[in-house]
Design a protein around this ligand. Structure first.
Ligand SMILES: [Zn+2]
Length: 232
């Protein structure tokens, strides 16, 4: 029976090539998007298991965040950068879900996020959503949700103001332009919940802070934050 399954997989592979999104090799399990070698190349931060990690420290004195952490360090020209580009600009939805599941596994194993109730991906504004066609944070959130077995809520918070691409702005400007960008549009979905906010990457934390602030204004809410990548 196993042999038949293998033949079938080889046969399908001819018509539906399945390659590692990191290095392109076809030596990988059918349900995986990364091969075993590429997986070991991702630099884990270990933050998810550690209180007072650098991501939590970003929010100290600013917002009462329950727990926060990122799975991997983000370096330029790294495999992770390549994966995030796939996720953001190439509409690679398989990559998004898969990376979300990796993040979800690390979150589950950390045991610090066990009491979250719902998962909220950081919203994109409508203009960006329209041009990109999907929200990369939603793909990650769906992967995380599959592992944690918690619902993803996408229609409770909106990003209301278009901010131009922030790559070239300095830190102060980034914080300022993020004020009031998010708004809760369906408070009943958030009320009395511990919300896990999910995004692809945390840098200054300005966007996540702005979104958390909006969410925390909903009645009796708690917020935790997880991102796939962390960069200074
Ligand atoms: Zn690979």
């Amino acid at each position: 029976m196993i042999q038949v399954k293998n033949y079938l997989e080889d046969f399908l592979h001819l018509f539906f090539p399945h390659n590692c999104i990191g290095c392109g090799t076809d030596i990988l399990n059918n349900e995986d998007a990364l091969c075993a070698h590429c997986l070991t190349q991702l630099p884990e931060t270990g933050f998810l298991t550690k209180p007072d990690n650098p991501v939590e420290k970003i929010f100290y004195g600013r917002l009462p965040i329950q727990h926060a952490g990122s799975a991997f360090y983000f370096n330029k020209d790294s495999l992770l950068q390549h994966l995030i580009i796939q996720l953001k600009y190439r509409a690679n939805q398989t990559a998004g879900m898969y990376l979300g599941k990796i993040l979800g596994n690390l979150i589950r194993d950390a045991n610090r996020f066990d009491d979250i109730d719902i998962i909220v991906p950081l919203p994109l504004n409508e203009k960006k959503l329209f041009t990109r066609g999907y929200n990369q944070a939603s793909l990650l959130a769906k992967g995380v949700a599959e592992v944690l077995q918690k619902p993803v809520i996408e229609n409770a918070v909106e990003r209301i103001q278009f901010t131009e691409t922030q790559t070239h702005k300095n830190r102060i400007t980034r914080w300022q332009t993020m004020e009031g960008v998010f708004k809760v549009v369906n408070e009943s979905l958030l009320k009395n919940k511990h919300i896990l906010l999910v995004d692809d990457i945390v840098t200054t934390g300005a966007t996540l802070e702005s979104c958390s602030k909006a969410v925390l204004e909903a009645e009796n809410t708690q917020v935790s934050i997880c991102t796939l990548a962390y960069t200074i």
